[in-house]
Design a protein around this ligand. Structure first.
Ligand code: ADP
Ligand code: MG
Length: 727
């Protein structure tokens, strides 16, 4: 339910209810977007509602329209667990059987092992030792086939009761006919292949999940919890919210929370891909799965277990494995058509040749379009697993398929293509203000902000031993800057547009600022109580591999590469020229960014938006594929993305493209393997040149070939990240 219901309106006080209001990231976006419209705002996530009073000059309709444009068309990727099962029963019996038969993989493996041993016995006895195998309806082969087919028969019975003719019923029918007509060996082959195919499909899917889980393996059982000043060893599962957990050098952080004591260097590459460690001290947020490299911290627990940030991202990816992509849905449709064709060809063969045996062989060949279904599903699982192995978390086959079918790639600049920490290069002050005074104001306003510019300004101030006021609360305006009211002063830190929105002119500094902008540096202005105090110049370090990524994407056939940045046009233009972008959108607010994506979508087929911050989420939700890159734990950007890249090397974007392309290539190859062997088989069977047993053998051949073909996707992993050091 993404519609917005109006629950109450009293004067300008309104209560709205919608599923939209459950997501923390959505609530953050609402607060940002409506800060100048709402006079007060309260949320109740549990009731999925928000209560606000709004400026009388703005009509409620206008507010609702804006909310609709923000969210209703946005992608909702937090997949509910209930959707995370395949509910298509039209074709793939293996899915349906598996869904109702939650036997462990190991048990299935043992059962398949027994069936394999029996099939070897049959082969040795018949072919090598020349013993005639009895294949009558009451023979051992018949018994084994029927017992092995119990899950399939149960499934078919359900379909028959509902009057449905499905692949399961077709296969069960063929199998039972084979038994009844004394072709129990062919029946055994059919069920043997089916069980094998199910097992292999399970294996590939399980492997994908394992790859994903490996990324977040916490393997922490015991933690130290502080009780009355004493550290007590406690089971992780017994840790409660607000408990204080102590971590020291070498420990993996077991929970999400805030530092309440101590300080440390922490490796957060799992979360944001940054290899250099971050310094954490009082009040800083820390995430489960990150590694304390040096120091000791006490953490107040805010989230644990499957509620932690990283677990939630992972479970999105894991759930998405079960959601069918367009290629998989196509495969289902094709399998359903093959089923009809199978029935038609069987009857046709009987009518034309008058031979029951020929018709029966045709029926066996056509009874297992599993190969068609597996053609797509195995390749896509393998593609997702390959991505996961390299820190590219692909939330579903649809996104995976779309990447290499996209004509446009859009990139945000700051934080995405530049490193998370620009360098403060120069400080320029006006009106007898000292550099330290200017820095004190700027760092106070930026203190709790995670924007790359904010991180650098705060770090620079700390290194200068400036005492930063930590109690000032700031309002972050994405793409513009921050505003803080503290001790009767209003501090503005941001770009030219931000200051001019607040009627503060930056003209007096224009010449001075232009010099830096032309060099590609970012200029951040600081004003206090409407007086411009000066600016800070920050130099961005471009991520190594950016130029190569753009060249590679272009050589792969991407038609248009666009830079969509909130930075000044001089800076964005210089950057775009240097790196060879086809178009530049500069000075973009989050809305403008979304419009830019919409414009490109009108001209081109499929647009990918790659961004890192909250200011990109709207544009990301408008794109066909949203990639969060080096998002540094930015929940909103990761939630709205279809693909989250946890490392921050541009080569990962090219790798993602390659995985997508390779996966689609394998899906196509698999179709060919499945369909061509089936057609050849039917041809031979119709003319009596294929016994029922040989017809079954065809399935073994092509199912194995398809599995092997799909798994080759996970074999070849080349690391092209460190191949050169150029931008
Ligand atoms: P990009 O779109 O390139 O990632 P952003 O939208 O994050 O850039 O920021 C655009 C511009 O807005 C920055 O270049 C800066 O001038 C200003 N800005 C954004 N956030 C802040 C901040 N926290 N402090 C100062 N300036 C900011
Ligand atoms: Mg950015």
């Amino acid at each position: 339910m993404n519609e917005i219901a109006i629950k109450s309106v009293a004067s300008n006080r309104v209560r709205l209810k919608s599923d939209i209001f459950y997501k923390v990231s959505n609530l953050e976006i609402i607060q940002e977007e409506f800060h100048d419209i709402f006079l007060s705002f309260r949320e109740n996530r549990k009731c999925k509602s928000i209560v606000f009073t709004h400026k009388k000059s703005i009509a409620l309709d206008e507010i609702i329209n804006k909310l609709n444009s923000l969210f209703v068309t946005s992608i909702n990727l937090s997949i509910p667990a209930s959707n995370a099962v395949c509910n298509s029963k039209s074709s793939c019996s293996s899915c349906a059987v598996r869904e109702k038969d939650p036997k462990s993989f190991n048990r299935k493996l043992v059962e398949f092992g027994i069936l394999s041993a029996y099939s070897i016995y049959l082969f040795v006895a018949e072919t090598i030792m020349g013993v005639a195998i009895v294949a009558t309806p009451f023979s051992l082969v018949a018994l084994v086939s029927v017992v092995a087919a119990v899950p399939l028969l149960k499934e078919s019975w359900e379909d028959v009761k509902q009057g449905k003719f499905t692949l399961q019923t077709f296969m069960s029918g063929t199998l039972m006919l084979a038994v009844v007509f004394g072709e129990a060996t062919a029946a055994f082959e059919i069920i043997y292949i089916l069980r094998g195919a199910m097992l292999l499909e399970d294996y590939i899917a399980t492997k994908s999940k394992n790859e994903i889980n490996k990324l977040v393996e916490l393997d922490i059982q015991k933690v130290y919890v502080l009780y009355d000043g004493v550290e007590l060893e406690t089971d992780l599962e017994d840790v409660k919210f607000n408990d204080i957990v102590v971590c020291r050098s070498g420990d993996k952080v077991p929970v999400d929370g805030f530092v309440v004591d101590g300080s440390c260097e922490i490796n957060e590459s799992l979360i944001n891909g940054r290899s250099d460690s971050a310094f954490k001290q009082l009040d800083d947020e820390v995430f489960a799965g990150t590694l304390v490299e040096r120091g000791r911290i006490s953490i107040k627990v805010t989230k644990k277990g499957n509620q932690t940030y990283i677990s939630r991202v992972m479970s999105d990816v894991e759930n998405s494995l079960a959601i069918k992509s367009p290629a998989q849905l196509e495969a289902d449709k094709l399998a359903a058509k093959l089923l009809k064709l199978g029935t038609f060809l069987t009857i046709g063969t009987l009518v034309v040749t008058g031979s029951w045996l020929n018709a029966f062989s045709v029926m066996i060949v056509m009874s297992c379009p599993c190969a068609t279904v597996l053609a797509a599903s195995t390749a896509i699982s393998a593609g997702i697993a390959k991505g996961a192995k390299q820190g590219i978390l692909i939330k579903g086959g649809e996104a995976l398929e779309q990447v290499s079918q996209s004509e446009v790639f859009c990139f945000d600049k700051t934080g995405t293509l530049t490193t998370g920490k620009p360098i403060v290069k120069e400080i320029y002050t006006l009106n007898n203000i000292t550099e330290n005074e200017l820095l004190r104001y700027a760092s106070m306003a930026e203190y709790r902000n995670t924007h790359p510019l904010a991180l650098s300004i705060v770090e620079f101030a700390k290194n200068k031993d400036i005492v930063i006021e930590q109690n000032a609360s700031s309002k972050i305006i994405p793409g513009l800057g921050v505003i803080t009211d503290f001790a009767n002063e209003t501090i503005l830190v941001g770009n030219k547009k931000f200051l001019s929105n607040h009627k503060i002119s930056t003209k007096s500094l224009i010449d001075e600022a232009n010099k830096h902008l032309e060099n590609g540096d970012t200029v951040v202005y600081i004003a206090v109580d409407r007086n411009l105090l000066g600016f800070i110049v920050l130099n961005h370090e471009v991520r190594v591999g950016t130029k190569k990524m753009i060249e590679d994407l272009r050589s792969h056939g991407v038609k248009h590469i666009s830079l969509i940045s909130g930075d000044d046009e001089k800076v964005a233009n210089a950057f775009a020229l240097e790196f060879g972008f086809d178009s530049v959108f500069a000075n973009q607010s989050p809305y403008d960014k979304a419009d830019a994506v919409a414009q490109l979508k009108e001209k081109y087929h499929n647009v990918v938006m790659v961004g890192d911050g909250v200011n990109d989420t709207l544009a990301m939700s408008k794109a066909d594929v949203a990639v969060s890159f080096a998002a540094g734990g930015n929940q909103a950007a990761i939630e709205v993305s279809n693909i989250a890249i946890s490392h921050s090397h541009p080569a990962d974007i090219v790798e993602l493209y390659n995985i997508s392309k390779d996966t689609l290539k394998v899906v196509n190859q698999n179709y060919w393997i499945g369909t061509s062997t089936n057609l050849v088989g039917v041809g031979f069977a119709a003319f009596g040149m294929l016994s029922p047993v040989a017809a079954g053998a065809i399935h073994i051949g092509h199912t194995t070939a398809i599995m092997a073909n799909s798994s080759k996707l996970t074999w070849k992993t080349k690391d092209n990240r460190h191949s050169n050091n150029e931008y």
